[in-house]
Design a protein around this ligand. Structure first.
Ligand SMILES: CCCCCCCC/C=C\CCCCCCCC(=O)N[C@@H](COP(=O)(O)O)[C@H](O)/C=C/CCCCCCCCCCCCC
Length: 211
């Protein structure tokens, strides 16, 4: 099936994100997100409010990457430099203008922290552990801080629909649960690396609290 989720492709995308100069390339970064969103779609309509928001953010970034200033949106580093130098990042409050690349990536970046915690929880969890609990714990330790009550509530209800851990590992399309766990062990360092570089870059430029 052409559109089926492939953890291998997501892994390859996050792996090729980071250059030798420790820059994060936006092309593979967004293609990693596209792969994750494809997986989210396969989990059913209850997750559609989450995937809609993720798709919207990826689309904003794709429009910058394909737009007139595309050469400034090759990497996170070039994007930050360009948007800061040109006063495109609204550091005080949302201006009503188009969302900047920095603000949009920040939302995805925070979600990447959730993903890191969730995949680590899945990888190290017991066979009989509940995916919904792993997901809720990871969410509460990361993204939930930035979400209003109503979003937190809706997200927590949706998590209850997640299949048990082994069924979840099977739908990841990698093979047996053991093979999926091994692949998660391979994937996580790349995701952590992308997260760490982005965190440092945004902290350095005081961009971690963009409204
Ligand atoms: C390796 C395979 C297994 C794991 C596959 C996981 C697939 C996950 C795919 C996508 C993750 C969703 C990313 C959501 C981005 C949310 C960004 C955000 O925080 N947006 C909020 C703030 O935006 P602004 O208003 O400031 O523009 C927005 O309010 C959010 C609304 C929607 C709710 C977001 C809930 C996020 C829950 C993340 C957990 C996803 C659960 C997936 C279950 C496996």
């Amino acid at each position: 099936m052409a559109d089926a989720f492939s953890l291998r492709e997501v892994l390859a995308a996050f792996q090729t994100c980071v250059t030798e100069r420790r820059e994060v390339l936006l092309g593979p970064y967004l293609s990693g997100w596209r792969g994750l969103i494809r997986f989210l779609h396969s989990l059913g309509a209850i997750f559609s409010f989450i995937s809609k928001d993720a798709v919207a953010k990826v689309q904003i970034m794709e429009s910058y990457c394909d737009g007139e200033q595309r050469d400034k949106y090759v990497s996170l580093q070039s994007m930050v430099e360009y948007e800061l130098a040109n006063g495109l990042v609204g550091v005080q409050k949302r201006s009503g203008g188009p969302d900047s690349g920095c603000r949009t990536v920040l939302r995805l970046h925070r979600a990447l922290r959730w993903l890191q915690l969730f995949l680590e929880g899945l990888r190290t969890g017991r066979e009989d552990s509940r995916t919904s609990v792993i997901c809720t714990d990871s969410y509460n330790a990361s993204l939930a801080t930035y979400h209003p009550w109503v979003v937190r509530k809706a997200a927590t209800v949706a998590f209850c629909a997640l299949p048990p851990r082994n069924a979840f590992l099977e739908i990841m399309n990698v093979g047996t649960p053991e093979e999926a766990v091994a692949m998660l062990g391979e994937a996580l360092p790349y995701i952590c690396d992308v997260y760490g570089i982005t965190q440092e870059l945004f902290a350095q430029h005081k961009l971690l609290d963009l409204p």
